[in-house]
Design a protein. Structure first.
Length: 528
């Protein structure tokens, strides 16, 4: 036997309207504890569920009482008794317990116990009897009378009949033998008639024993050990069974009422959510319409972008062609400049050759002038014979002088021509280099235009893809808009259903409250 300690000796009084209810599986493990049980035991609900029911057993309870309880329940019969339970803090409380098996589909699935407040005299009787049972002194208190009720009544009736016959015989002066015979016959007749009259009582006792046979509880509840006590205890068992049914119904009604209120709250919440959903659906529909308009505008802009990209591609292609032609022209110009530079180089070479020839002529002129001077000197020496030769020599000298002057002029002109040629060559060289740079720039421009053309083609392709995607998105937005309209209709139906459910939940809550009130009234009348 489980020993739950410590105990404080303090009693917790069970309320008049308390309906302490619990259920266990077939092994005695608690599967349900109602709020009244949780409140008076001092345990939390989580501390009770899944634990053996003897968690609340008080050490003062005799083991034999619980042995009889489990033996009775396992025999698929109900049990009733006064029980002392222990609270979590060591206090105790007394209950009148009615335990019964609960069957589903013809099979016992759990045990149910409904406890109420016992009468003070029942608590006193239980304390005294349980103390005797713990001390092993209860056998005499629980032993039934030697003679049954029918036998005792018949015996009393017989004795009464015999006494009456005797008195009559004495008063009538009858002989002794005749009087004695009359007494015996009268007593036997009275006893027989009484026994015959009490025969239905035996049947009633047998029925009472089928309802419940528990000498310990019978003595506590009725204070009797005989057949009258058995019948009274059976009546109390029937009353307790009805009370247990009402208690279970009351507990179910309370749960139903709680669930109905929770359902009503949930329905209120659903209705509010549905209303918010309607508002949000309207906002979404408006946003979808705005998005559809924006998408259509994006599609139009994408189409325009594609058209502009196509035009830019065309213009880039034309520019690339023009740049290509310009590069070709510049290349040819560079080639012509190169040829002109070569011609000028050749002209410079010819000028240098002319300068060398002029230098030779100038040297010849100087030598001629020198020879003419020598001839004039010789002619002067010759006198008259050399006068003609002097004239010729003078003419030759003059001619040489003019030739020298002409050669100097030509030399000057050739020098100027060479300087100009060198400048022309430098200009031609710079022009050729510039032409080469221009060709390089033209090539890079052509490549850039080619890249631009490729990028423009990509932009055009992407713009077309964007336009196609936007068209699809526009179609999808339209479908979403239609779906939103459908959802809005469903939301309306949901709101309507929610209102109907709210009315139904309110009706269920009212019915549950009404049933709970009826059960409480019945419970109050029963307790009274």
């Amino acid at each position: 036997m489980r020993l739950n300690l410590p105990v404080s000796g303090r009693e917790v009084i069970v309320g008049d309207t308390a309906n302490i209810l619990s259920t266990t599986d077939l092994k005695g493990t608690i599967s349900y504890a109602n709020p009244d049980f949780v409140a008076i035991s001092g345990f939390d609900e989580d501390e009770l569920l899944g634990q053996p029911h003897n968690t609340v057993r008080h050490p003062d309870m005799p083991e034999a009482a619980f042995a009889d309880l489990w033996q009775t329940l396992q025999a698929n019969r109900s049990w009733m008794g006064i029980v002392k339970n222990r609270c979590k803090n060591g206090d105790h409380y007394w209950v009148s317990a009615f335990a019964t098996p609960v069957s589903r589909n013809g099979k016992v699935v759990e045990y149910q116990s409904v406890r109420t407040r016992p009468q003070p005299e029942q608590i006193q009787a239980a304390e005294a009897l349980y103390a005797q049972m713990r001390d092993g002194r209860a056998a005499a208190s629980l032993r039934p009378p030697a003679l049954g009720l029918r036998a005792r009544v018949a015996l009393l009736a017989g004795l009464g009949g015999a006494a009456g016959a005797a008195i009559g015989a004495l008063l009538g002066g009858a002989p002794l033998i005749a009087g004695a015979t009359a007494v015996v016959l009268a007593g036997a007749a009275a006893a027989g008639l009484t026994a015959l009259a009490l025969a239905p009582l035996e049947q009633l006792v047998r029925q009472a024993r089928r309802i419940g046979r528990n000498p310990v509880s019978q003595l506590i509840y009725t204070g009797r050990r005989d057949e009258i006590g058995e019948i009274a205890f059976a009546m109390k068992m029937l009353e307790a069974e009805a009370g247990a049914m009402v208690g279970r119904i009351a507990d179910c009604s309370r749960q139903l009422s709680d669930h109905a209120r929770n359902l009503l709250g949930a329905v209120h919440g659903n209705s509010a959510s549905a209303s918010r959903q309607q508002q949000e659906t309207d906002l979404i529909a408006t946003a979808i319409q705005q998005m559809t308009a924006s998408v259509q505008e994006v599609a139009l802009n994408a189409q325009r972008t594609a058209e502009a990209a196509a035009q830019a591609d065309s213009e880039a292609a034309s520019g690339r062609e023009i740049v290509g032609l310009t590069g070709s022209s510049i290349t040819r110009l560079a080639s012509d400049i190169q040829q002109a530079a070569e011609v000028i180089h050749q002209l410079e070479s010819h000028g240098q050759e002319i300068s060398r020839v002029l230098e030779v002529i100038h040297s010849i002129a100087e030598q001629t002038n020198l020879l003419a001077l020598n001839a004039a000197i010789e002619a002067a020496r010759a006198g008259d014979q050399g006068r003609g030769f002097a004239v010729v020599a003078d003419e030759v000298r003059q001619l040489a002088s003019r030739t020298s002057m002409a050669t100097a002029d030509i030399q000057t002109m050739i020098a100027a021509l060479q300087a100009g040629t060198r400048q022309a060559v430098d200009v031609m060289q710079r022009s050729r280099e510039q032409a080469e740079h221009s060709v390089s720039h033209a090539d890079r421009a052509e490549h850039s235009l080619s890249d631009i053309n490729n990028r423009v083609n990509e932009i055009s392709a992407m713009s077309n893809q964007i336009a196609a995607a936007v068209d699809q998105q526009s179609s999808a937005s339209e479908e979403i808009s239609q779906s939103i309209v459908s959802i809005r209709g469903s939301s309306d139906q949901h709101v309507s259903s929610g209102m109907h459910s709210q009315r139904s939940a309110s009706g269920v809550a009212q019915l549950a409250d009404g049933m709970l009130e009826l059960v409480q009234q019945f419970w109050a009348r029963r307790r009274a």
